[in-house]
Design a protein around this ligand. Structure first.
Ligand code: N01
Length: 884
């Protein structure tokens, strides 16, 4: 019997609802339940099981006549999963693993469907599933804190919670080809294949589409049909399934302990335990690379292929190597070179569309009864009564098969008319793309959950693992609400916006958005182009979901009869690649620099610097010596490859006046040189504690004077001089600008201040907010200042440039600050003070960045655009393009 949760509204108990053997059927016009779930696929089935376990009254509404979801509908010949069946199966019931034996590595659709039916039988699920019924509309009733649902059988159900377990690939895409209705022959959709099967023997068959569904079914249809014509608009990458018995290594891994095996999958990136490479495809010999590709091609699956090298999905050059490996496989398989070339994908990076898995797909094009029509060369003009008219040829068919895909991830959710609070429909709320918190809920739609919704790893993972994680999270959440006497939950708009941003940030450090894929909504005309799944991985996502709960449901508002609990906030604000770096550093247990002597800290930072990516090639690098304030200083000059002379930027490295060198900032100098087409002269000023304040400032100014005087000899344009610096170097660049103004020269055209030290005041909020955990810590800043300057010197403008008597008449500036940096607020304050003094200034606050992330050239992709803007500012200094 169902327990009623929440308070207030009247609820019928489960035993108030009569049921029969074929599924629950309402006898009363109004049925009130704790939870209604839409969809009896693997998600809805497991959720029903969990809800029952919690003693909640629940009903699943399913459009099909039985359980299985995707595997109920997609019955086209050759349909199989592309994740091995021992992985693509429930883990919640260990008995299932013991009793169910998969016959093959990749089980066919009928077997997966039988598995779903077996689970339904074993757990007696069907008695709470209403089959052959659709939810037509769902409206949130604020006064009753309930969803009001209207179903296709004309009934009304009310429920406290409403869960869309509708699957990511369940809403077939509408066919967008002219004349589709005119065809008088047989028409089939792979996504809605007739249950009784289709006899294609002796028939002329046309297949439109070359996605996973087509690629699996084409070899089988070709063997049966008299003629098969494949209409291909975009070729896809496909790898052989190499199907057969379950591989021995898989059986061995399971034999070692299934619970451990399952747990490892839960904490893996894709929901399947595979070896994740930590090597760049560009860092190994061609021989080694090809051997690795061959190995994963023969013995792995799509996840192993994509993970064969760490940079396959982030570096275009690495990706292209894998693309070409696959293209060569296609060329080696297909006899006709023209057909082979037409089958080779060349318009998107591999892995940015779901990699297909086939059995004999490319070989099929060697059959005499199979023809490939390349729609890019010969577009379809229209479908006719008898077949397909290309712009240059008419083709006749008995059968047309549409394998044209799905309105993925959002289609099935917005397909139900859902109206949340204040009459807002989900369609309206998502008109510019789905906006969810964790892919689980949307703001304005209380108590509406989605399983594997947009913004969750879902289709980028083993769906079974993601489904179980979501179901568990939702069930636990409902249970907790009940325990706390609360009746509604809903994410805050800020949490949703933050999550949408995080999902986008993750996608944008990968190559994924580059393809016109259904991941991007690009396959459906008019659908907003937004990357739909979460690319951060199942493991990271699970951690985040757990953190949200542990942090008292961060980002959610919960309400009940006794009041509300609103815990507003954003769960991940650091840029994803920066976060990865922080996690990697945390894993290394590095000592803190402020616990070291200056000499030890220098050695330590040099060792770290030696491991970085080198940065881009520049035209020329010259090391030299120039006179400083108290002796010679070394400098390193970076010259662009373009013909000179060039403007000159005098650059000061970071390191808190204690550490750093030409080497430490070498990648950044190269990058700025290449991007700005200016000479950078990196000056190595004297360091503290050996040379304390004002040695660094005096050296920086002396070096700038010398460089200005010797510009022509250095290959520069005399008079075209700017200064730049990072951190303590930004401090020096700001001070040099002031000293040059006060001394009447040299004339400086611009100052680029990257996360500069501008003040000795530690009371600004960024010092407390970011005191620890973002590499540059507040204790480390104390350590730097202590080494550099006595307290009474620190307020001098030569140490704290924000304290200058006047900031008027300084060169135009760009000030870059990072969100998670103790120096953030003093940088912002300096930009504000410059602006107040009439100096043209652009302040660029960098969301999600830390003090050390922007100089990490070729390591952190999220900094690329920011460095491009810094370089644009440098160019602007020399073209009097005042920053704005
Ligand atoms: O659909 P798709 P799918 N004119 O969108 C073409 C999963 N799945 O059903 O790329 C001409 O991939 C379209 O061309 P283009 C898996 O995640 C898994 O095959 O838009 N052509 C494309 O070639 C998969 O990714 C398995 O230029 C038109 C094809 O139709 C997802 O489901 C098996 C067209 C659609 O391909 C979807 O796969 C099956 C038009 N107007 C599916 N409109 C396994 O587990 C569309 N196309 C192995």
């Amino acid at each position: 019997m169902g327990t009623i949760i929440g308070a207030g509204a009247s609820m019928l108990r489960e035993d108030d609802v009569s049921t029969n053997g074929s599924g629950a059927e309402a006898t009363a016009a109004d049925v009130d339940l704790d939870v209604v779930v839409v969809g009896a696929g693997f998600a809805g089935m497991y959720l029903l099981h969990r809800l029952r376990g919690l003693g909640l009254s629940a009903r699943v509404i399913e459009a099909g006549a039985d359980v299985g979801g995707t595997w109920y509908w997609n019955r086209y010949p050759g349909a199989r999963c592309d994740i091995q069946s021992v992985d693509y199966s429930y883990s919640f019931d260990p008995e299932l693993d013991e009793t169910w034996k998969w016959t093959e590595k990749y089980a066919p659709q009928p077997e997966i469907l039988r598995y779903a039916q077996h689970v339904a039988d074993k757990h007696d699920l069907r008695r709470d599933i209403q089959f052959s019924t659709r939810v037509e509309s769902a409206v949130w009733d604020e006064s009753a804190s309930r969803w009001q649902l209207r179903t296709s059988d004309g009934r009304t159900i009310t429920s406290r919670f409403y869960v869309m377990a509708t699957g990511c690939l369940s809403m077939p895409k509408e066919v967008d080809i002219a004349g589709t209705d005119r065809f008088a022959g047989e028409v089939y959709f792979t996504s809605r294949w007739p249950h009784e099967g289709v006899d294609l023997s002796g028939k002329r068959v046309g297949v439109i589409g070359t996605g996973s569904s087509a690629i699996q079914s084409i070899p089988i249809m070709a063997a049966e049909a008299a003629q098969l014509t494949v209409f291909q608009r975009t070729p896809n990458f496909s790898m052989p399934a190499n199907n057969g018995p379950i591989p021995q290594e898989k059986l061995d891994a399971l034999a070692k302990g299934r619970p451990q095996y399952r747990e490892a999958a839960r904490w893996s990136g894709a929901g399947v335990t595979v070896e994740i490479s930590t090597t760049s495809a560009l860092a190994v010999s061609e021989e080694e690379r090809l051997a690795k590709y061959e190995d994963v091609w023969e013995h792995g699956g799509i996840i192993q292929v994509i993970n064969s090298y760490m940079d396959n999905l982030v570096n275009p050059a690495a990706n292209e190597l894998l693309c070409e490996f696959v293209r060569n496989k296609i060329r080696a398989t297909v006899n006709d070179p023209e057909t082979a070339e037409a089958l080779c994908p060349k318009t998107f990076p591999i892995g940015t569309k779901r990699l297909c898995v086939d059995t004999g797909y490319y070989e099929t094009f060697n059959r005499p009864n199979v023809r490939l029509v390349d729609l890019r060369e010969h577009p379809i003009a229209s479908i006719t009564e008898t077949g397909v008219d290309l712009v240059d040829e008419s083709l006749e068919f008995d059968v047309i098969v549409f394998a044209t895909g799905f309105d993925a991830m959002t289609g099935a959710i917005v397909g139900v008319d859902i109206t949340g609070r204040d009459g807002l429909t989900l369609k309206q709320a998502w008109s510019e793309g789905p906006k969810t918190y964790l892919g689980l809920m949307a703001a304005g739609f209380p108590n509406l959950f989605m399983i594997t919704g947009p913004g969750s790893p879902s289709v980028l993972s083993n769906m079974m693992v993601s489904i179980e994680q979501h179901v568990d999270w939702i069930a636990d959440c409902i249970d907790q609400l009940r325990a706390d006497g609360l009746s509604t939950i809903e994410p805050t708009p800020a949490a949703v916006d933050g999550w949408v941003q995080h999902v986008n940030d993750y996608a944008s450090i990968t190559l994924m958005p580059q393809a016109n894929s259904w991941y991007m909504g690009a396959n459906v005309p008019g659908k907003p182009r937004v990357f739909l799944p979460y690319a951060g991985g199942v493991d990271r996502y699970r951690t985040i979901c757990n953190e949200v709960v542990a942090d008292d449901y961060l980002g959610f508002e919960r309400r009940g009869p006794d009041g509300q609990r609103r815990n507003d906030g954003v769960v991940r604000r650091v840029q994803p690649d920066v976060q990865l770096m922080l996690e990697a550093m945390a894993g290394m247990n590095l000592p803190t620099m402020d616990s070291m002597s200056a000499a030890e800290a220098r050695e330590f930072s040099n060792a770290i610097a030696a491991q970085r990516a080198p940065g881009p090639d520049v035209g020329e690098i010259v090391d030299g010596v120039l006179p400083g304030a108290a002796g010679d200083l070394t400098y390193r000059l970076y010259r662009p490859a373009s013909p000179g002379p060039h403007p000159i930027v005098v650059y000061f490295h970071g390191g808190g006046w204690v550490l750093g060198s030409h080497d430490s900032d070498d990648p950044l100098c190269r990058d700025l040189c290449v991007r700005s087409d200016a000479i950078l002269v990196s000056v190595d000023y004297r360091h503290a504690p050996e040379a304390r304040f004002p040695a660094a400032a005096d050296d920086a100014f002396a070096a700038t004077q010398w460089i200005a005087e010797n510009a022509a000899a250095l290959g520069g344009i005399p008079g075209d001089l700017a200064v730049a610096g990072w951190s303590a170097g930004g401090n020096l660049a700001a001070i040099v600008s002031q000293l040059a103004r006060d001394a009447g020269g040299p004339r400086i055209l611009g100052q680029l201040l990257l996360t500069p030290v501008t003040d000795c005041d530690f009371s600004r909020a960024s010092y407390t907010e970011n005191a620890d955990g973002y590499v540059l810590t507040t204790p480390l800043m104390h350590w730097f200042w202590n080494h550099y300057a006595d307290p009474e010197d620190r307020t001098s403008p030569k140490a704290s440039p924000i304290r200058a008597e006047s900031l008027a008449d300084l060169p135009p500036a760009m000030v870059v600050t990072c969100e998670f940096d103790p120096l953030r607020d003093e940088g912002a304050a300096y930009a504000e003070a410059l602006a107040a003094a009439g100096v043209p200034v652009r302040h660029l606050p960098c969301r999600g960045q830390i003090h050390t992330s922007l100089p990490a050239v070729d390591m952190l992709l999220s900094g690329v655009q920011i460095r491009a803007e810094m370089a644009a500012a440098i160019r602007g200094f020399f073209t009097a393009n005042v920053p704005a």
